[in-house]
Design a protein. Structure first.
Length: 939
């Protein structure tokens, strides 16, 4: 007998709603469940799904091992239909208990289900007018049993029913490619309804539809008229049905929001009466709109997710009142004021950083990021916007004498993604780096994956999410969120296969529609990442035509020589050597970057075709990938394994994407990459493209300790340098803030930009050791790489099957490894020091072995390279001595550069190599001190 506990309540598609799943866009949703625990030897052989609808239940028995995204077993739901679903599982004849039920309700699945019209205010609600409120009223003669509101807008909306918010979401309906896909939401408003007269108010804001969008300061990119579509359907206890439709009978009024913009902020006059207190005198008119573009949400809505109190209130040198919330975040400020005279103005300005102890707004460029209020003069007033958002840690508040920290707080908003991944280690700087990655996701995943949340940009740059999707999909359940974005990408893709650089595309320029490596490759690589992390083949099926169109476009560009050369490229964007004013001028040749991505996408597309059973396409794209790899090696790689540009990124791409034809070339490329890292003083030299790859490339070629030295470096540029400067999110540039506290003068200097945080994926998979070995984590790859630089590390991930855990700890010459495998999955565990992996089933497993890192600093240092690798403390002491004597006043990077050509020289020549010049007097004491350091005993 092998029993399993009752499964958790089933999930539908990729929705992660905490309660009933309303407004689902499919009548036959796939189901998933996890089993919290089971006996040893248990393996699901059969499952039963009970579907209850209209008071009748039917059980469907299916023989299968599958428990993730299994087919809907019953007749498809029709629009508005609800079902209660529960599941149980069996091993042979041993059945579990039934799960708790989950409730699913279909949305409006056909455009013909909509009988409401889009309506727009007449004479009010213009571009430079106050935000309008549209109101509809109707009578309900009996007690209400069920009420659903289906709504969307041109613009953003905030609805109230009988004076109460329809729910806690904000900025609805969010941002999609409005001309192709407009999302509607479904609201359960039963508790807000009453017998008799009911009033529905819909406040409209400019949002993405009509507000300022993009760095060209354009407005009304989708249209110049705000409009709402609302359909409120009510069922009464006597079986009656009553409907309120947005139509020409609605009325309109101006709100107390005088101006609203996502970039510039909101201006509110609290002296103007709130909705419901004044008559609505204006009229509305029905406007034409294509209802076939309406789609149900695939992911969570945007809503407040946390409230952060002010950490301090202080006065700047210029006399301004500043507030520090201690965390760079996205949202807005809620401020309580008391006894201010009517007509007084309160102004709140936002910024991510201070410079010279003053609010630094230069990185915002033209975004005003300012909320202002004219108060009503009441004894106690709360000031809070609703039609804007800001990226900030600091605020400047004017007009509130004696502001107290207890009267001001930050409301964090974002797509309400379910957290699925965690990491911790014995190094607090590393933990803060990881937390910064999490906060950058929270701030930039606001309905679309944006580059930054604060300046006059905030766009869905394809390259950023392409490199970051593996990290994001570990830390949060991003599948529904990114599925929606990928649908927009496919809709915006040009007929020739080119992919806009931003999605939704609001730039529409020749250069941002031109094919660009790494950015356009999002069409192929993001769907593949989602498939790897979820096992959802439908993601590949839906995006397959888009994926093929992109690779085919590049194949035509490359021509018969299979080299993608020339044309505009971002290249290894923002590598630290690029000048502030020209971030594309990286070390790595753009043709190397482009052709490498061509090979990568062709290879991935071949694999995707294979998963989908498209054998002919799989063979064609595999052949193309081979031809591109051969062209890359023939053109850019020497027989000895040196690569054009000789940069960290060039080697990292070549190693990770199998672009080197021989093992000898691969070994030499790994050695050269490690030397480049050493020669940089263990500082990062990659931009957006190389950053996710460099630690993996070092690890896979036997240089994992070099990867750790790179990761744990605190000098600039490095991952930990911003942490030492107080960063609480990932920066756009390695040096967005200079060591002296000044802000980088480049035009792009965001302090909340997740791309360079893509190293967290390596931290999860290699540092901690938790990765998928098969799509959807049905098989785990547990392969930690302990290091003498850390005493412990762990990772936790909520896989589609349940919680997986890896934790290792070094102590007293022993290494303890603990692993948890969820029910339904297996794991290949590579125990450090063991020659072969061990296969384990679900449950908790533990190993206690000799610490493989013990004595690593006691290895003999025969060469200068050995000193850098095996004697990090000695090397640090040597650098300190070189700085003290004035030989390398700029520190480790300068010292590493001086010895870069002498790594193979004997270790005892290190002092001479650092100070070879006979006329430099400091050479003698430095050489003596270096000799002393190298002679000191090591533990």
């Amino acid at each position: 007998m092998a029993m399993a506990a009752a499964p958790d309540a089933p999930r539908f598609e990729h929705r992660t709603d905490s309660g009933p799943v309303l407004g689902l866009g499919s009548g036959a949703p796939r189901l998933s469940w996890s089993v919290p625990n089971a006996d040893a030897g248990y393996s699901q052989t059969t499952y039963e799904i009970e579907v209850s609808r209209d008071g009748a239940a039917e059980v469907y028995t299916i023989e299968s091992h599958d428990q993730v995204l299994v087919p809907w077993p019953a007749p498809a739901l029709v629009s508005r239909e609800q079902a209660r679903v529960r599941v149980r599982v069996a091993h042979g004849q041993d059945w579990s208990e039934w799960s708790e039920p989950s409730v699913v309700e279909a949305g409006l699945l056909d455009a013909r289900d909509w009988t409401a019209d889009f309506i727009s205010p007449v004479g009010i609600g213009g571009q430079d007018m106050p935000a309008p409120i549209l109101t509809g009223s109707f009578e309900v003669p009996a007690e209400i049993s069920k009420a659903r509101l289906y709504a969307t807008a041109h613009g953003i909306y905030a609805g109230t029913l009988n004076g109460q918010p329809i729910d806690d979401s904000v900025l609805a309906p969010g941002w999609t490619s409005y001309d192709n896909r407009l999302r509607y939401h479904t609201y359960d408003v039963t508790a807000l309804m009453r017998q008799g007269t009911n009033n529905l108010d819909m406040l409209l804001g400019n949002g993405w539809y009509r507000g300022r969008l993009g760095f060209e300061n354009k407005r009304a990119l989708y249209g110049d008229r705000l409009a709402v579509l609302a359909q409120l359907e009510v069922t009464t206890v006597d079986g009656g049905t009553h409907v309120l439709l947005s139509d020409g009978s609605w009325t309109a009024r101006e709100s107390n929001i005088l101006a609203d913009d996502l970039y510039d902020g909101q201006r509110t006059d609290l002296r103007i009466a709130t909705p419901g207190e004044t008559p609505a005198a204006g009229t509305v008119e029905v406007i034409n709109a294509d209802l076939s573009r309406l789609v149900a949400p695939e992911g969570p809505t945007v809503r407040p997710t946390e409230v952060i109190p002010a950490q301090s209130v202080f006065t700047s040198p210029s006399g301004q009142t500043l507030v520090d919330f201690g965390q760079n975040l996205v949202g807005w400020i809620r401020l309580r004021v008391r006894d201010l005279p009517a007509g007084s103005e309160v102004v709140v300005r936002h910024a991510e950083v201070l410079e010279n102890s003053e609010l630094c707004t230069e990185p915002l460029r033209s975004a005003k990021a300012t909320d202002s209020y004219i108060v009503a003069g009441m004894a106690d007033e709360t000031l809070e916007p609703s039609l804007t958002l800001h990226g900030f840690r600091y605020a400047e508040v004017a007009g509130v004498p004696g502001l107290k920290a207890t009267d001001i707080e930050a409301v964090v908003i974002g797509s309400d993604l379910r957290r699925t991944g965690w990491f911790s280690s014995s190094n607090e700087l590393l933990n803060r780096l990881h937390e910064n990655v999490v906060w950058s996701i929270r701030g930039n995943f606001v309905d679309v994956p944006t580059d930054c949340p604060q300046r006059d940009e905030r766009l869905g740059w394809t390259g950023d999410i392409q490199i970051f999707a593996p990290t994001a999909s570990f830390l949060f359940d991003t599948t529904g969120f990114l599925n929606s974005w990928l649908a927009d990408l496919a809709a915006e893709q040009l007929p020739d296969g080119s992919v806009p650089h931003v999605v939704p595309d609001v730039i529409h320029s020749d250069y941002t529609n031109a094919p660009t490596a790494a950015w356009g490759d999002a069409a192929v690589l993001v769907p593949w990442t989602l498939y790897q992390r979820t096992g959802d083949q439908q993601v590949l099926e839906r995006q397959f035509a888009s994926m093929c169109a992109w690779v085919d476009k590049i194949a035509r560009l490359a021509g018969p020589d299979h080299l993608w050369a020339g044309g505009f490229q971002y290249g290894d964007w923002l590598d630290p050597s690029a000048p502030p004013e020209d971030p594309a001028r990286a070390q790595t040749d753009p043709d190397v970057v482009a052709t490498a991505h061509f090979a990568r996408s062709a290879e991935v597309l071949s694999k995707a075709a294979g998963v989908l059973g498209r054998g002919q396409e799989a063979a064609r794209y595999a052949k193309l990938a081979d031809e591109v790899r051969a062209a890359f090696a023939r053109t850019f790689v020497t027989p000895a394994g040196r690569i054009l540009s000789d940069s960290q990124t060039a080697y990292a791409m070549s190693l990770e994407w199998a672009l080197l034809p021989t093992e000898e070339q691969r070994a030499e490329a790994g050695r050269r990459l490690a030397d480049l890292v050493r020669m940089s003083g263990f500082r990062i030299s990659t931009g957006f493209v190389g950053t996710p790859l460099v630690c993996d490339a070092l690890t896979s070629t036997g240089h994992v300790e070099t990867a750790y030295r790179l990761l744990l470096q605190t000098g600039c540029p490095s991952w930990l340098y911003p942490v030492t400067m107080g960063a609480t999110t990932i920066w756009e540039r390695w040096d967005s803030m200079r060591p002296d506290g000044s802000v980088n003068p480049g035009g792009m200097t965001s302090f909340n930009h997740y791309a360079l945080g893509a190293v967290a994926d390596w931290m999860h998979r290699s540092l901690a050791g938790l990765a998928p070995a098969a799509a959807g984590y049905r098989e785990l790859a547990i392969r930690p790489y302990p290091t003498a630089a850390l005493t412990s590390a762990s990772a936790v991930h909520l896989t589609p099957y349940g919680e997986a855990v890896v934790a290792w700890e070094r102590s007293d010459g022993r290494l303890k490894l603990d692993v948890k495998v969820p029910v339904g999955a297996t794991a290949q565990v590579h125990v450090p020091g063991f020659p072969e992996p061990e296969t384990v089933a679900h449950g908790e497993h533990a190993w206690d072995v000799s610490d493989p890192t013990a004595g690593s600093e006691g290895l003999a240092a025969e060469t200068i390279r050995d000193v850098l690798d095996y004697m990090p403390h000695a090397w640090s002491a040597v650098v300190a001595a070189a700085v003290e004597t004035g030989i390398t006043p700029e520190g480790e990077a300068q010292a590493a550069d001086k010895i870069s050509r002498y790594l193979n020289e004997p270790a005892n020549t290190l002092g001479t190599v650092l100070a070879p010049e006979p006329w430099v007097e400091a050479r003698i004491p430095l050489r003596a001190r270096v000799a002393e350091i190298l002679a000191e005993p090591r533990s």
